[in-house]
Write a protein that binds this ligand. Structure first.
Ligand code: GLU
Ligand code: MG
Length: 487
């Protein structure tokens, strides 16, 4: 039995705003929590909690993903869910400036030990966890104590940008591919010891870890998640799962849930899980490729248009906007200094700022789908992002860049059909090859600053600068070792 309470994020669609992205403060999706809303939430939570308790659930995990890309949590006993749904659970605002090693920096708007936020669970995604018996999970939005939306809430950012696209009559369907590496559970400081030495994409790996992978499929299915595919990946101990596309906010929530599930199933099999961009330097890392398609009603805008490979003008402009903004977007989608150990040519990581039909070395891979399959197959894949990215910041910022492209009626540049690394150096622009370079682009991105709003934009900047300083002078081996088991 699936235990997801609703299929979609259920967020109200927003109306257009003067700003293309909606205002950072007070747009309709940022509706404050008043008495009526609190009452409605409490009533729904009471029913949900009774059902969960009858199913043996003891505790509910409330998660949010911080600006470093780590999922942080508070939990409540199931009988407190009703209260949490109305009034939230306390959390310090300075979590917004935590670094990957749990040290804390500060930023202009957010930082310091004072203050309190409220984590409010989104009951639409309340899910009983299959691989953590007795637990349920819900993603949380973060509010101030007076019920106003916290401007640093990453999930609200994703919701707001989804609404800004919807306001133009366009819906996005998105999915984030999940790659991970499993190792035998041992001391965190030790080099990874893999539970299988089977070859890349090999049946051997599947046989070695047959029970683990079966249990994973079962757990994902039981939680109402729709798996499209599961396979052994290239790097030692690496696997990948892809899920059916859904709304951008839903796709980000699903990423959090799937990753938590993979980790939990691994624990039950004595396996440690890593989503680090570079588990070991010098080999293929963990990508977090973002697939997206644009729709007007039942019409996939990536098909049947007059543009290249059937792109409509709107789809082309949106994708061109994203492609143009990629160097700055990397500060959100490849957020760690370790991300740049992964983002190198000829690893299918998409290290070049170009697009191409089914081109796995282009940051933007256009996927028209098999002829005759129908509208569902056509989509675009952004390959340069990795699994350290906060999925809410990722989808929200990609939507912002796409919207800017749409409004400017941008066109795509010439296609790059083969391996960009085989062309004379400089012919195709390389994406930033360090976090410092990506950050320099982020700092001059008016699009991202406006879309994120100053408090969130600056908190992200502070975290990135903090991690640059933290790992300054580290060798690739030291950097990989320091981040290997953090994500
Ligand atoms: N693991 C590769 C990456 O770092 C991607 C492999 C693939 O194309 O799925 O992005
Ligand atoms: Mg892959």
């Amino acid at each position: 039995m699936g235990t997801t309470m609703a299929e979609q994020d259920g967020s109200p669609l927003e109306s257009p705003d003067a700003s293309p992205f909606g205002s950072s403060f007070g747009s309709p999706a940022d509706e404050p929590l008043g008495a009526e809303l609190r009452g409605e939430r409490a009533a729904r939570a009471r029913i949900a909690a009774a059902r969960l308790a009858a199913e043996g659930v003891e505790g509910v995990i409330l998660s949010w993903v911080d600006n470093a890309g780590l999922t942080r949590v508070k939990t409540v006993p199931v009988r407190r869910l009703e209260h949490a749904a109305a009034w939230g659970v306390g959390a310090a605002p300075c979590f917004d400036v935590f670094l990957v090693d749990d040290s804390v920096t500060t930023s202009r708007h957010i930082g310091g030990p004072a203050g309190d936020l409220r984590l409010i669970p989104d009951l639409h995604r309340l899910t009983r966890l299959s691989a953590q018996p007795g637990w349920a999970w819900a993603p949380a939005d973060r509010y101030a104590q007076d019920g106003s939306v916290h401007p640093g809430c990453q999930r609200r950012f994703a919701r707001r940008l989804t609404g800004a696209v919807s306001a133009r009559g366009i819906e996005l369907r998105a999915g984030i591919e999940i790659e991970w590496v499993v190792a035998l559970a041992g001391a965190p400081g030790e080099p990874p010891c893999y539970p299988t030495f089977g070859p890349a994409y090999g049946l051997h790996r599947l046989v070695d870890l047959s029970d683990y992978l079966r249990d994973l499929l079962h757990a994902l299915d039981e939680q109402g998640l729709s798996v499209l595919q599961l396979h052994p990946e290239y790097a030692p101990g690496q696997f990948e799962v892809s899920l059916a596309p859904e709304g951008p906010l839903g796709a980000a929530d699903t990423t959090v849930l799937v990753r938590q599930t993979i980790r939990a199933v691994g624990v039950r099999h004595g396996l440690r899980t890593s989503y680090a961009p570079a588990v070991e330097p010098g080999t293929v890392g963990n990508g977090g490729h973002l697939h997206l398609s644009l729709w007007r009603g039942e019409h996939n805008l990536g098909q049947g248009g007059p543009g290249r490979y059937g792109l409509t003008g709107e789809a082309e402009s949106f994708l061109a906007g994203v492609l143009a903004e990629l160097p700055a977007l990397l500060a959100l989608g490849a957020p760690s200094p370790a991300s740049y150990l992964r983002l190198v040519p000829q690893q299918w990581a998409g290290a070049y700022q170009c697009w191409g039909l089914e081109n796995r070395e282009a940051a933007l891979r256009l996927i028209p789908g098999p002829p005759g399959e129908g509208p569902a197959g056509a989509n675009a894949e952004l390959k340069c992002f990795d699994a350290a990215a906060n999925p809410y910041l990722l989808v929200g910022s990609v939507l912002a860049a796409g919207l800017a492209g749409l409004d400017a009626r941008r066109s795509l540049p010439a296609e790059v059909p083969g391996d960009p690394a085989a062309l004379p150096e400089g012919e195709i622009p390389r994406l930033p090859s360090s976090l410092a370079q990506a950050l320099a682009e982020y700092r001059t991105s008016g699009i991202l600053r406006e879309a994120l709003g100053d408090p969130l934009y600056e908190a992200v900047l502070a975290v990135r600068l903090g991690e640059l300083a933290l790992f300054d002078g580290c060798s690739p081996e030291e950097l990989a070792a320091a981040t290997r088991w953090r994500y």
